[in-house]
Design a protein around this ligand. Structure first.
Ligand code: ATP
Ligand code: MG
Length: 139
């Protein structure tokens, strides 16, 4: 069954002009773009989005990074969407990411790693609702 997931092209990738390359990589592995928008996060939106990491030492820096400039939020559809997106993203630290993944090709560091993808179907639904309405998600 086709399921959907949520993704962000992070501010580092947008600023570097990698948005098109990332969208191409996602389309090449069969993702349909259901919804897409360029936006900026306020500090409280970024803190809320990454609330699960609020006790981590990297949290303040992560929030600063995610608010530094425009980013692109997306709803993506595919068979096994959550796991497939995580696969094409590559490991959190680009140094550990597999060949051919977005992070291996384009990311600079464990923080500035170009792309977000939901880590479970339940998380995907919550994250999609953070940015998109039912109407947006019709595709
Ligand atoms: P994301 O949630 O953005 O898809 P992820 O699931 O691969 O990435 P998480 O462990 O959820 O990784 O961390 C969220 C984000 O926080 C990372 O993508 C990265 O930008 C940042 N981050 C994670 N670990 C570190 C770290 N040790 N140092 C600096 N930043 C980090
Ligand atoms: Mg994560």
């Amino acid at each position: 069954m086709k399921l959907r997931t949520f993704s962000i092209i992070k501010p580092d990738a947008v600023a570097a002009g990698h948005a098109g390359a990332i969208l191409s990589m996602l389309e090449e592995v069969g993702f349909k773009i259901l919804a897409l928008r360029m936006t900026r996060l306020t500090q409280s939106q970024a803190e809320g989005f990454y609330a699960v990491h609020r006790e981590r030492p990297f949290f303040p820096s992560l929030v600063k990074f995610m608010t530094e400039g425009p980013l692109i939020v997306m709803a993506l559809e595919r068979e096994d969407a959550v796991a497939k997106l995580r696969e094409v993203m590559g490991a959190t630290n680009p140094a550990n990411a597999a060949e051919g993944t977005v992070r291996k090709r384009l990311a600079q560091s464990i923080e500035r790693n170009c792309i977000h993808g939901s880590d479970a179907p339940e998380t995907a639904e919550v994250e999609l609702r953070y940015f998109f309405s039912t109407l947006d998600l019709q595709g």
